[in-house]
Ligand binder design. Structure first.
Ligand code: SF4
Length: 251
């Protein structure tokens, strides 16, 4: 399978379900394929009873989401193990706890694909869909995976009104994808910062998109207090309001 797989397959997906399914067959990045599969074979003692997913991890959430959260890439023993974005590691727990607190997730602590978790109006995704060594994709891997994100954004355009980007890597990765999906991106590109907010107009006269910057939910940020639960909830709640999502209610 070649590096052209995303360019060939992503545009053919007519809806998000088809896109998510095609994505799971991607082997375009040799280094990431080798890593995700090696992690899957070796596992970790604490997860000895798990059969690791060890494939690209698709986005998670409704196909008519009004809000999108974009991270970096799946964690080796998190999403790469469970097959679901932000599921199975501490970073994901922090994110889901905040989403649950503002009424967008049905549970605070995801455990795996069979936990019954539901998201309301929000979808989670990443610019790189395979777990990278040391959580560091190369620029080539980021750019190769962009085709999937562009198609995801294009399919979400009828409903998505706000986007939260977790961390500087995601921020750098998302703007070229947004431009390719039909939004006008200012030049110079907006600078990342926690609490940054940018309004993008649609280049074809469609709906605006509100883009929010937020520190990543990595353990490095949350353990040191750079990102507190209150700071995360504040950005997510602002993005939910910008997306027109109703106030918290029961899922
Ligand atoms: Fe494919 Fe993206 Fe994984 Fe690369 S990172 S192999 S482009 S899904």
């Amino acid at each position: 399978m070649s590096a052209q797989f995303p360019e060939r397959e992503a545009p053919r997906a007519r809806d998000l379900a088809a896109l998510d399914e095609r994505l799971t067959h991607c082997r375009a990045c040799p280094r990431l394929v080798a890593w995700r599969e090696q992690i899957g074979r070796e596992g970790r003692k604490a997860y000895a009873d798990w059969d690791y997913w060890a494939r690209p991890v698709p986005g998670f959430g409704p196909a008519d989401a009004a809000m999108l959260v974009v991270g970096l890439a799946p964690a080796a023993h998190g999403g790469n193990r469970t097959g679901r974005m932000f599921t199975g590691d501490r970073s994901g727990d922090v994110l889901f706890t905040a989403l649950h607190a503002i009424g967008l997730a049905s549970q605070p602590l995801p455990t795996g694909p069979d936990d019954g978790m539901r998201l309301r109006g929000v979808r989670l995704t990443a610019p790189v869909h395979c777990a990278p060594p040391a959580n560091k994709p190369t620029p080539w891997e980021r750019d190769t995976c962009r085709t999937w994100l562009v198609r995801e954004l294009t399919l979400l355009r009828p409903t998505v009104r706000s986007l939260v980007v977790l961390g500087a890597f995601g921020w750098q990765a998302v703007f070229p994808a947004l431009a390719a999906a039909g939004w006008s991106v200012p030049r110079p590109r907006p600078v990342f910062g926690h609490g940054a907010r940018v309004t993008l107009t649609a280049s074809d006269g469609g709906q605006d998109l509100q883009v929010f910057g937020c520190y990543h939910v990595s353990q490095r940020n949350t353990f040191t207090g750079l990102l507190t639960p209150a700071m995360l909830r504040e950005v997510l709640a602002a993005a939910a309001r910008a997306a027109g999502l109703p106030e918290p209610g029961r899922l």
